[in-house]
Structure formats: structure tokens, C-alpha cells
Design a protein around this ligand. Structure first.
Ligand SMILES: NC(=O)c1ccc[n+]([C@@H]2O[C@H](COP(=O)([O-])OP(=O)(O)OC[C@H]3O[C@@H](n4cnc5c(N)ncnc54)[C@H](OP(=O)(O)O)[C@@H]3O)[C@@H](O)[C@H]2O)c1
Length: 186
């Protein structure tokens, strides 16, 4: 996720104006280590998600409504799959299902390719994952832009307060890249 210092995460529904080449390079590097990408349907729709450049990497879109454009390049390329409830309608694309009325995030993750599940937001999905205690690490980019439209925050409340520790802090081209990892008690 990328945020401005004053908490803005998108400009007119798009996060790209907050980023730049250094931020894009960081995102590509993170995707490079991922076994699968997980993204909320709202973000996939507003950010017009397409297939990733890394061959074989798949993008799982979390949705309850299943109101997605299955003719879009994300799905027609075979890169997209849907993560939804067991009661959602039958779909013509690859689907993983867990939970009756709400998507069971832990149940979904257990069915995804093993390895790093790289979550790319948005706020509603982040909150559900934090609420289910499914977040091991957070990669947060601080954008050098300030202002713009103030919409939702990085993680839409409510969810329990969780404690992470900062394990890495670097800068490049005025961007600050922070990595937090979950604090586990023995
Ligand atoms: N700055 C950043 O790094 C960054 C990153 C990502 C997104 N964003 C911004 O965030 C905005 C989109 O936010 P959003 O509020 O639409 O959040 P979102 O989490 O991307 O999408 C919300 C939608 O995704 C589905 N969804 C998410 N979590 C779910 C869950 N636990 N169970 C079932 N369905 C779930 C639902 O889709 P259905 O309605 O289909 O059921 C829900 O309506 C965009 O403007 C985008 O630019 C910013």
C-alpha cells in the first residue's frame, strides 16, 4: 500500500498519482517474490487490474457479489481467479470458496498457491485480513505528495488493534519504504 503523510491513499479513485518509478520498481520486486496476489474487487474494478507481467503469477480477486468483468484481460488471460463464498453463484472462471455468508479469509488463503500471498488492498480487504489475524507483514510506501482527496484509510475500520514491528526503513527518490512484521509472543 502507498499513502501520503496525511493519509491519502488515492486521487479520484486511483493510487498511481501518489507513486512514481521508485514505487513501481518496489511493487514489481514485491510481486516477484509472491506466489499469488490477493486484491479486493473494489480495487480490481477502480484500478482496472490486468494480468501481471510475471508469467504464471495469478491474481485472486476477493468478492462477495461476483460482479466482475470476466471478459476483461485479467480473466481472459487466465491470470485472474475469484475468491468468494461457498454460496456465491457458479462462475466460468477458476474460483476458490470459503465461508457461508462472509468470505472466510483464512479458508481462502489455505487454498491459494503456497508461498507469499501478496495483498494489494484495498481498505476493506485489508481490514478483513487484519480482523482475521492473517497479516504477517506490511509493506508501506510513504508518498512524497501531500493533499488531494481524503477518502478511506489504508485499512477500513473496525478491526482489532494489532502490533507490528518495523524491520526495514529505506528511502529512494523521496519515497519512504517501510516493512513491518507481526509481533508474535512466545
Ligand atoms: N494507496 C494504495 O496503495 C491503494 C491500494 C489498493 C486500493 N487503493 C484504493 O482503494 C480504493 C478501493 O477501495 P475499496 O473500498 O473498494 O476496497 P477493496 O477492499 O479494494 O474492495 C472492496 C470490495 O471488495 C470485495 N471485498 C473486499 N474484502 C472483502 C471481504 N472480506 N469479503 C468479501 N468481499 C470483499 C467486495 O466486493 P463486492 O462488492 O464485489 O462483493 C467489496 O465491495 C480505490 O480507490 C483504490 O485506488 C489504494
Amino acid at each position: 500500500m502507498i499513502s501520503t503523510p496525511d493519509g491519502v491513499i488515492d486521487v479520484n479513485g486511483r493510487s498511481r498519482p501518489l507513486g512514481g518509478p521508485a514505487d513501481q520498481a518496489r511493487l514489481i520486486a514485491l510481486r516477484g517474490g509472491a506466489a499469488v496476489i490477493l486484491v479486493g474487487a473494489g480495487t480490481a474494478r477502480t484500478e482496472n487490474y490486468g494480468p501481471p507481467s510475471k508469467a504464471g503469477l495469478r491474481i485472486a480477486v476477493v468478492t462477495k457479489s461476483c460482479a466482475l468483468d470476466f471478459s476483461s484481460p485479467l480473466f481472459s488471460s487466465g491470470a485472474g481467479l475469484v475468491a468468494t463464498t461457498v454460496n456465491a453463484p457458479a462462475l466460468s472462471v477458476d474460483t476458490v470458496r470459503a465461508g457461508d455468508t462472509d468470505v472466510d479469509m483464512a479458508g481462502i488463503i489455505a487454498q491459494l498457491p503456497h508461498g507469499i500471498v501478496h495483498v494489494e488492498g484495498g481498505p476493506m480487504l485489508n481490514a478483513a485480513l487484519l480482523d482475521a489475524d492473517c497479516v504477517d507483514a506490511i509493506n508501506l510506501t510513504m508518498s512524497p505528495r501531500v493533499g488531494g482527496f481524503r477518502g478511506p484509510s489504508l485499512s477500513q475500520a473496525p478491526h482489532a488493534l494489532r502490533h507490528f514491528t518495523c524491520v526495514s526503513l529505506t528511502t529512494d527518490s523521496d519515497f519512504v519504504f517501510a516493512r513491518y512484521e507481526k509481533v508474535t509472543t512466545a
